[in-house]
Design a protein around this ligand. Structure first.
Ligand SMILES: Cc1cc2nc3c(=O)[nH]c(=O)nc-3n(C[C@H](O)[C@H](O)[C@H](O)COP(=O)(O)OP(=O)(O)OC[C@H]3O[C@@H](n4cnc5c(N)ncnc54)[C@H](O)[C@@H]3O)c2cc1C
Length: 435
């Protein structure tokens, strides 16, 4: 048994960890004991933890075939998005949808049906998945396409329908490894929402927003982006050069004061003013635009031994402005939270249990302690009052009643019971949420 956690290091539980290197390994594990599949452990909470058996899939990391004309890739579930980028971006291909870190596995991206900065245009990860090979409770592998019911439950189903062994996905053709970024500095939530709506045809958009109680409360930096063409580059720049960047290690946790009132206000203010000075258009490499946090190695120790929790909710379009205001006022009042609160626009909903709904999503980190956990209960209530929902890939503490207020999870639990999935595939999260 080893002590294991998610990216937030809260909770950490004793797990029996096995690494699968082949389909036969997965079958042997499934038939032996109930388990949960784990990718690269980037879900924040307890979605990829099972105290009985946690089956690590990053040992199945082979790319099986690639078509240079169409960008169609078949790969095992343990392949990381970062490896896909380093292999295929030099050949002019980039993932269709990517989260804020490249260190996620293909299986984890599918199981959480991750979203990127382009959800309003391209949808979630499912948009690029043609099929998955899923091993079910009896050790049989089925190839599921978008036509299959079980595909719709599995993409976004958090590993609770079986173990994804491999998948076929489509990459996006790009001319360069660069992004034309436009930064807009805004001073209120209403202006930020208006700017998102104004720029609906821009492929990528994300805003950093100040949730502290300082003078910059509600100020935001909206980062818009599109893939640069060769014409956008200065003549000396290699269009498809893809470098491995040196990472800055985070040697020790930040002092807890950083996450409290005065410091939080100051840090947010500095960040906004610095961003505002750089407002306008610039050329940014793919890594800096999509994965700024990946530049810091092991930043998840910043919050100290107790770890941290992320709150991420989605609010529908018609209540988003009021809901965001109430959430942000409540966070500001508590004088705790992260320097980076992230706001994104969502497009249409798809799949049976995927997180996105048309509207906005707000995400921010809190140090894990009694005070912030109590605050998050309040944020749950505000989200529900505004017709919102929560992202299981970030959750570590939600009560069952809150998760089940999204009635899709009741239907999911019933489907799991009917197909004998609940006996074989379980996570600490699924038990907590009664899935
Ligand atoms: C810095 C950072 C930024 C992030 N930004 C975003 C973002 O912008 N958008 C977003 O959507 N998410 C984001 N995430 C969350 C992350 O994308 C998801 O949690 C993703 O699922 C992690 O993939 P993983 O391989 O690490 O999977 P894990 O964390 O190991 O597992 C996540 C879930 O996938 C299941 N799973 C993993 N592999 C398999 C498999 N082979 N078969 C079946 N089930 C499997 C697990 O059971 C678990 O339920 C971010 C995370 C971090 C740390």
């Amino acid at each position: 048994m080893s002590l294991l956690g998610g990216w937030g290091r809260f909770p950490r539980v004793d797990c029996k960890i096995t690494t699968a290197r082949s389909e036969a390994d997965v079958r042997a594990a499934i038939t032996e004991t109930p388990l949960i599949a784990r990718g690269n452990g980037r879900a924040y909470g307890d979605a990829a933890l099972n105290t009985g058996a946690t089956l690590v899939m990053t040992g199945m990391d082979r790319m099986l075939s690639f078509d240079d004309d169409t960008g169609v890739l078949i790969a095992e579930a343990g392949v990381l998005l970062g490896d896909i980028i380093h292999t295929f971006l030099p050949r002019g291909w980039f993932p269709m949808v990517t989260p804020g870190t490249k260190y996620v596995s293909l299986g984890g991206a599918i199981a959480a049906d991750i979203h990127g900065k382009n959800h309003h245009i391209d949808g979630s990860f499912r948009a690029c998945v043609d099929w998955i090979d899923l091993m079910g409770p009896d050790g049989t592998t089925r190839r599921l396409t978008t036509e299959d019911e079980m595909f719709q439950w599995s993409v976004g189903g958090m590993g609770l329908t079986g173990v994804i062994l491999r998948a076929q996905i489509r990459l996006r053709a790009v001319e360069t490894a660069w992004i034309v970024q436009e930064t807009r500095a805004l001073t209120s939530v209403a202006d930020t929402i208006a700017a998102f709506e104004d720029t609906e045809d821009v492929p990528y958009s994300v805003a950093w927003i100040d949730c502290s109680d300082g003078p910059h409360h509600g100020h935001s930096l909206l980062l818009l982006g599109r893939h640069a063409t060769q014409d956008d580059l200065p003549p000396h720049r290699a269009p498809l050069e893809v470098r491995h960047k040196t990472k800055i290690p985070v040697p020790f946790p930040a002092p807890p004061l950083i996450f409290r009132g005065l410091f939080l206000r100051a840090l947010n203010g500095i960040y906004w003013r610095r961003g505002a000075r750089k407002a306008g258009e610039s050329l940014v490499d793919w890594d800096s635009y999509f994965y700024p946090l990946d530049a810091l190695r092991g930043w998840n120790i910043l919050y100290g031994r107790g770890g941290f929790v992320q709150f991420q909710c989605a609010l529908p379009n018609d209540t988003a402005a009021a809901g965001l205001k109430e959430l942000m006022d409540t966070i500001a009042e508590a004088q705790t939270g992260s320097v980076l609160s992230v706001l994104k626009r969502f497009g249409p909903q798809s799949g049976h249990v995927s997180f996105p709904m048309p509207g906005y999503t707000l995400a921010l980190d809190f140090p894990a302690n009694d005070r912030t956990l109590a605050l998050m209960d309040k944020l749950d209530r505000i989200t529900l009052d505004h017709g919102g929902r929560f992202y299981l890939a970030k959750d570590a503490r939600m009560p069952e009643a809150v998760a089940k207020s999204d009635e899709r999870w009741d239907a999911f639990a019933a489907m799991r019971a009917k197909h004998g999935l609940a006996e074989r595939f379980r996570s600490v999260q699924s038990e907590r949420l009664g899935l």
